[in-house]
Ligand binder design. Structure first.
Ligand code: AMP
Length: 391
């Protein structure tokens, strides 16, 4: 753990620049889900409790360096006030003088950092300006940590810096799952395509004991082994790549778990006519839309031996019933094992959160990351600039 936390910092009387992610969904000018705001509350509360003045820096949408009225953070100010349970002062053009004039413990929200290109360019001048506004930098936006921007990376080099509570929880969970995990470790990687997850697979085979491959991407691996997958989603041009990943797994002592049987259908639709077949007997006019019961049983056996689980991507076309069956069964088992104290389970990225919540399993996982791109890049073994700069 190379990064500091709020516990390591003296915040008394200090202005604490706090990078947060409050990209909440909105409809008709109203925030429809304030979860992201709720998740930064412990950080804001702690800073105030330690005598600091939190000055929140955040982006909202992709204004591409221009002022875009509907992407002003002023629209979400009421939700920020309500969710944090505090008065929050909105500042369009911050200055050190104005911030110094505020009562200690005031909470400030600065206008969208991406209203200038200097933010995404990680312009040193902008980083210096931001640093001049505060005494300490606290990054609580793990989900923006894979981007080296002025408010996530540049400024961190210019002030004493630490992780906020949410970032701390996220990094601790990720480190427990992949950096220093209790073994055996099983990774589940599903989803549509191999092509979007090549770096992920290459990194995981070096780090985990079992890699369960599911979803559409499993078809590419089956086809690469000479199995006819009929009309299934399959990247035939990646056969060589898939074989290479299997070879690397073998060399690293990682067991790859591919489906043995499948639920096939003749159309991609809810409640479409379907059959369970062995993967070697997929009808030429059908497509695999989920793993079958024998595959689920094998995954269950692997889970039972595991101490740590890391999961990205569904095992089938989980949005349409009954092709959510394998994903639901595996997710529920992982949740039950976690609840019983037998498993550390971490999941995240793209559709994974939706799939696990649909299975009713989300609440019982040890940690579910909503960070999307940052979670995936971390799983790919990449250095996240926003985290590295805290070191
Ligand atoms: P990803 O965003 O890569 O995690 O992929 C998630 C998507 O993969 C979901 O929309 C699933 O419906 C889709 N998916 C999973 N399994 C299959 C499959 N066997 N055939 C087609 N699509 C699938």
């Amino acid at each position: 753990m190379a990064w500091k936390t709020l516990d390591d910092m003296d915040l008394n009387g200090k202005i604490v620049l706090t990078r947060v992610d409050i990209n909440v969904p909105m409809a008709d000018g109203i925030v429809t889900d304030a979860t992201r705001i709720a998740r930064i509350k412990p950080t804001i509360d702690d800073i105030v409790a330690k005598g600091g003045t939190p000055v929140m820096l955040a982006h909202f949408g992709r204004p591409k360096g221009q002022y875009v009225a509907e992407m002003s953070l002023s629209h979400i100010l009421p939700a920020v006030k309500e969710t944090l349970g505090r008065d929050v002062i909105f500042v369009e053009k911050p200055s050190r003088e104005a911030l110094d004039a505020l009562a200690i413990g005031s909470v400030v929200l600065v206008e969208n950092t991406r209203f200038t290109d200097k933010e995404t360019d990680n312009d040193p001048e902008m980083a210096r300006f931001l640093a001049s506004l505060g005494d300490v930098f606290c990054n609580d936006a793990f989900s923006a940590a894979h981007r080296a921007h002025a408010s996530t990376e540049g400024v961190a080099h210019l002030l004493p810096s630490c992780a906020g509570r949410l970032m701390q929880a996220e990094l601790s969970a990720l480190e427990a799952a992949l950096t220093t995990p209790e073994r055996p470790v099983v990774a589940v990687v599903g989803g549509a395509k191999v092509s979007t997850k090549l770096d992920l697979l290459a990194n995981l085979v070096r780090k985990v004991d079992y890699l369960v491959i599911g979803g559409g991407m499993a078809n590419t691996f089956l086809a690469a082994q000479g199995i006819d997958v009929g009309k299934s989603l399959c990247e035939h041009d990646l056969a060589e790549t898939a074989r290479d990943i299997l070879k690397k797994a073998d060399e690293a002592g990682c067991e790859i778990v591919l489906p043995k049987d499948a639920r096939v259908a003749w159309e991609f639709a809810a409640n479409a006519k379907n059959e369970i077949v062995d993967v070697t007997a997929v009808p030429s006019d059908a497509m695999i839309l989920d793993a079958g019961p024998a595959s689920v049983e094998r995954v269950a056996e692997v889970f039972k031996t595991a101490k740590t689980l890391i999961w990205n991507g569904p095992l089938g076309a989980f949005e349409i019933e009954p092709f959510d069956t394998a994903t639901n069964a595996a997710a529920q088992q992982a949740a039950a094992m976690t609840k019983a104290g037998d498993l550390i389970s971490v999941a995240g990225g793209g559709d994974t959160v939706a799939a696990l919540n649909k299975a009713g399993a989300g609440d019982d996982f040890t940690y579910i990351s909503t960070a999307g791109g940052a979670f995936l890049e971390w799983m790919e073994g990449k250095t996240l600039p926003g985290v590295a700069a805290l070191g």
